[in-house]
Write a protein that binds this ligand. Structure first.
Ligand code: AKG
Length: 311
């Protein structure tokens, strides 16, 4: 059983209703507003914001090698110092910012994850936790994509890939206003239409995301969270003019076995096996981490699985 005492604000937190859970499964995404279902406990918000500012400054100064660089849409991102659109591995002990793990393994995240994944807490698997930031020099965009199905996949390949039970949850929690992400609701279940296929094949980011039939912009206010199935067709645009600090994370459900391994381990998670990382986590966090380690062991050394997408 989850322990609400882990979160002193839990009384003020409303977990997703059955209607919201159903909407998540139908549309492939769900926005939880800060006003009713804030994923970040109010008492943790300032610490999280300050942790984001610290790791962003370090990344922009070239002092953190795990970054998403402008010009590179998907892993591997390399470690060259460059204008950045993301900070990777925010729970890494070398960053020394405990607020991130407190949030990730906290009561609210675990509660919502169980509701949307339809699983018990004993199935929750720790995965990725990164921070998406605005570049400071260049506009940049991600092309339309599904995170774990290549754009070149045939309709049949796409149908087969989407039929594999997903057993994972991805989410963005915005600490500032954020209108970077675009999704095609419902596209996590069905192959692309011919027009959608044309607009999501190849390396180019869209000139205008609204050229994609069915696309909507996901607008988040500070503290809002969008949960999404990362095989929903989505893209994103980044501008130096729009300040962004959006927590970008995923969590798995062990009932998926190793189905999520490539998508998760391609980000390079060997550091999570170190005891000094484990020591920064609560008992709940350590239990989630142990399940990730089980998956790492089941697939052998990471790196052998390759990458989900090119570009
Ligand atoms: O910037 C975002 O919100 C989306 C990021 C994304 O699509 C990705 O990492 O594949």
């Amino acid at each position: 059983m989850m322990n609400p005492d882990m979160d002193s604000d839990s009384d003020a937190f409303t977990p997703p209703t059955p209607a919201q859970i159903s909407s998540y499964h139908t549309h492939g995404f769900l926005i939880l507003p800060a006003t009713t279902s804030a994923l970040v406990p109010p008492a943790l918000f300032p610490a999280l914001l300050s942790a984001c500012e610290a790791v962003t400054a370090r990344t922009r100064a070239g002092a953190w090698p795990h970054r998403r660089v402008v010009g590179k849409q998907f892993p591997p991102y390399g470690s060259a110092h460059s204008d950045s659109w993301g900070v990777q591995h925010v729970m890494h002990p070398d960053l020394g910012e405990r607020a991130f793990a407190e949030y990730y393994a906290g009561y609210r995240v675990r509660r919502v994850a169980c509701a949307l994944l339809g699983c018990e807490e004993a199935c929750l698997q720790m995965e990725l936790f990164n921070l998406l930031i605005n570049p400071t020099e260049n506009e940049f965009s991600l092309r339309w994509h599904r995170d774990d199905v290549k754009g070149e996949a045939t309709e049949d390949e796409e149908r087969k890939a989407l039929a594999i039970p997903h057993h994972g949850l991805q989410w963005n929690t915005a600490l500032h206003e954020d209108a970077s992400l675009y999704v095609v609701p419902g596209s996590h279940k069905v192959p692309r239409t011919p027009t959608q296929r044309v607009l999501s094949t190849g390396a180019d980011a869209p000139a205008n995301p609204f050229d994609m039939p069915g696309a909507i912009c996901v607008v988040l206010h500070p503290g809002d969270t969008v949960f999404y199935n990362n095989n929903i067709v989505h893209c994103a645009t980044y501008s130096p003019a729009a300040q962004r600090a959006t927590l970008h994370a995923s969590i798995g459900d062990t009932r998926g076995g190793t189905a999520r391994a490539r998508n998760i381990l391609q980000h390079g998670l060997t550091w999570m096996r170190e005891d000094r990382f484990k020591e920064t986590l609560s008992a709940d966090g350590q239990a989630m981490l142990a399940r990730l380690e089980d998956m790492q062991r089941a697939v052998g050394e990471q790196g052998s699985l390759g990458y989900s997408l090119d570009g």
